[in-house]
Design a protein around this ligand. Structure first.
Ligand SMILES: Nc1nc2c(c(=O)[nH]1)N[C@H]1C(S)=C(S)[C@@H](COP(=O)(O)O)O[C@H]1N2
Ligand SMILES: [Mo]
Length: 367
């Protein structure tokens, strides 16, 4: 017998067909989000076995995959809310467990929901650059994704027959369901249209809810970490780029300016989902490598003037180092870089996460 204390649910929408329809949308968003997240991890911190497969093309690759990652992750927030609302009366199912298999299934759902909620909220907070927790974002976000994926796999297997039963549209649909699905679609539409402009140029004017307007900031480009935040990077008056390799050398800013200059149009594509293209001018990293006598296939270790911080050092695999579009940039849109954009010199390379576009470069080391 069901105890009287349990709440009663009157909506006709706490039923499998609604859960299946929303589950499909949520599943599609999560699949894209998961795969593009793997791409982001691979590009940001490539494991050794992957290095030979890294490609600096397409030039806008990371802009597209990371844009999709954040767009689908944000869309998943209202979708997960709608999905949980549809099924939450099950929380109060009586009796709470009907045997070992049922207990395991409920435990699995608990893990899935907890991992999914944490995953979406750590991601959301990251786009706001708000880190209220003591654990590292990137590793946590990565492992939670696998935990959620495993939980989802088990959940889909357990619910397979029920999902199959409600996959097709029933002959007579519920009018409330149509209204509810329309409301969910509208919510996803609003979230997407008011945030996607942080990376999709033609939606730029609609970026009401995006944490950043990508065209606002010094020299028409946002700054995630200003020179002051990076510990007021002090550029010594006698700053010279140090290049270490078989034939090490140093170059002053005036000397760098006298080397052949190249111009490239490349975006800064931040992991937080904003991206913005600019015209960069500077010296080819490949030319600096040749001058240092680097053997073919050399990568680079690039060090910033920044005292410390997670992006002080960056490894650049050979694929990017030899690319003619990879520059040690001295100018942005024709102007000398401001301190916040990395004066006196910064890295700009194609198809790379923003975090690897190192500012305030001090030293290149052939490795
Ligand atoms: N040395 C250093 N370089 C850095 C960073 C940093 O914190 N330190 N932030 C990176 C991040 S997260 C991004 S998105 C880009 C942003 O470049 P911008 O500030 O010129 O737009 O710079 C990257 N380069
Ligand atoms: Mo970034």
């Amino acid at each position: 017998m069901t105890p009287n204390l349990l709440p009663r649910f009157r909506s006709a929408l706490h039923e499998p067909r609604t859960a299946v329809v929303i589950g499909r949308w949520l599943g599609a968003a999560l699949l894209v989000c998961f795969l593009t997240g793997l791409v982001s991890h691979a590009l940001q911190d490539p494991p050794g076995w992957l290095t030979p497969y890294l490609s600096s093309r397409p030039v806008n690759g990371y802009r597209v995959t990371q844009g999709l990652h954040v767009i689908t992750g944000l869309a998943a927030v209202p979708l997960l809310g709608a999905k949980l609302w549809t099924v939450y009366p099950q929380l109060f199912a009586w009796p709470p467990v009907r045997g070992v298999a049922h207990a395991l299934e409920r435990l699995g759902i608990f893990v899935l929901v907890a991992a999914m909620l944490l995953e979406l909220f750590t991601g959301l907070f990251d786009t706001l650059q708000w880190y209220p927790w003591p654990f590292p974002f990137r590793q946590t976000h990565f492992w939670l994704a696998w935990l959620a994926a495993g939980g989802l796999f088990v959940h889909l297997a357990a619910k397979g027959p029920l999902i199959a039963l409600h996959w097709r549209r029933p002959a007579a649909g519920l009018p409330q369901r149509r209204a509810f699905l329309a409301a969910v679609t509208a919510a996803v539409g609003v979230v997407t249209l008011t945030t996607a402009g942080q990376t999709v140029p033609f939606l730029r004017r609609l970026v009401l809810l995006a944490p950043r307007r990508p065209d606002l900031g010094p020299q028409g480009l946002p700054v995630n970490r200003t020179a002051a935040q990076a510990g007021t990077v002090t550029v010594p008056a006698d700053w010279r780029l140090r290049v270490d390799g078989p034939q090490p050398y140093r170059l002053s800013l005036a000397e760098l300016n006298q080397l052949p200059q190249y111009e490239v149009h490349l975006p800064i594509s931040c992991v937080e989902g904003w991206s913005f293209s600019a015209r960069w001018t500077g010296v080819r990293v490949a030319d600096l490598l040749v001058r240092a006598g680097a053997p073919a296939g050399s990568g680079l270790l690039i060090t910033s003037l920044e005292a410390d911080g997670p992006y002080r050092e960056m490894r650049m695999p050979a694929e990017y180092a030899v690319d003619p579009l990879t520059l040690l940039a001295l100018r942005i849109n024709g102007e000398v870089l401001t301190a916040d954009h990395g004066f006196p010199a910064r890295i700009i390379a194609p198809n790379r996460p923003g975090v690897l576009q190192t500012k305030w470069v001090a030293r290149l080391e052939v490795i």
